[in-house]
Structures are given as structure tokens and as C-alpha cells.
Write a protein that binds this ligand. Sequence first.
Ligand SMILES: [Cu+2]
Length: 169
Amino acid sequence: MKSHPLFIAVPALLLSLTALASGGHGASHGAGPEAIGKPGVAARVTRTVNIDMRDDMRFHASLIHARRGETIRFIVKNSGKVRHEMVLGTEKELKAHDESMKKSPEMAHAAPNMATVAPGKTGEIIWHFTTAGKVGFACLQPGHYDAGMKGLVQVSGGNATHKEIHHAH
Ligand SMILES: [Cu+2]
């Protein structure tokens, strides 16, 4: 039995869940906090995506395609010699988070939408994409975001569930 991961959810995430529960109008911009989705459950993973983080300050790959309804397990490898991380969020959220990391680099820094990975190690994020649109990700280790260490999950509007069931039979 695994407990639901929400017990360590950050306040912004709770806000986004509240926003989802109150109805999805205004989703056309795809930029609000409600757009990024929510923590996924391992039993519901439909696909695994491998991402490599390197000291060239890039994610490989940095453009990921997903479908609305998919739960993706991101296997996040750090091939570099310094610490890297993958943090999912809107561009606005990532910028704000990056600023607070610069002010206090050792701040408590763990949530279901991120994986901080030591050199040579591998981390994991399981994420459920609930809304079509763009979900950003970035490395918020100081200086890395400014150096361009960011990427994008492009979430299309198709319903993943039908296709997954079709393939399974
Ligand atoms: Cu980095």
C-alpha cells in the first residue's frame, strides 16, 4: 500500500487542485497554475520518458510530447558532475522559484513535481497531465535556469485512455 503523495504537496499545488475542482474555464491560455496537472500514481503510469541532465546545462531531450490524461514516469538521470534537478511548473512559477533558490540555495526543496539528482544518480517524477497546453520544466540549481536549462512538455488534447486500452487488447 502506498499512501497518496499529496501529503507533501506544496501550497501552490493545493491551489491548483482547488482551481481544477472549481471548473476548467479559462484554460485556453494554458498558463495558469491549474494547467500543469498533478502528482501521478505509479499504478496508473502509461509511459516512461527518460531524460538526461548534463553539465552543458541542457535537458536531453528538452521537448516532450504528452497527451491529456497520460501519467508519465520521468526517469531523470544526472550524467554531469554537479547536482541537477527537474522541476515541473508554469514558466511563471519556475521563474519565481528560481529567484527564491538564488536567495536561499539550501532552502527546503522537495515536492512531487521535482526530482533533485546528485551526479551519477537517477531520480523520478510521476506526473498526471490533466490539461492540454504547455507544461514547463527547469533545473533550478543556482544559475542553471539562466544558463538555459529548461524544457517543455507539450500536452495535446487527445484522450490517452482510449488509445491505451485499444493497444492493450
Ligand atoms: Cu542543472
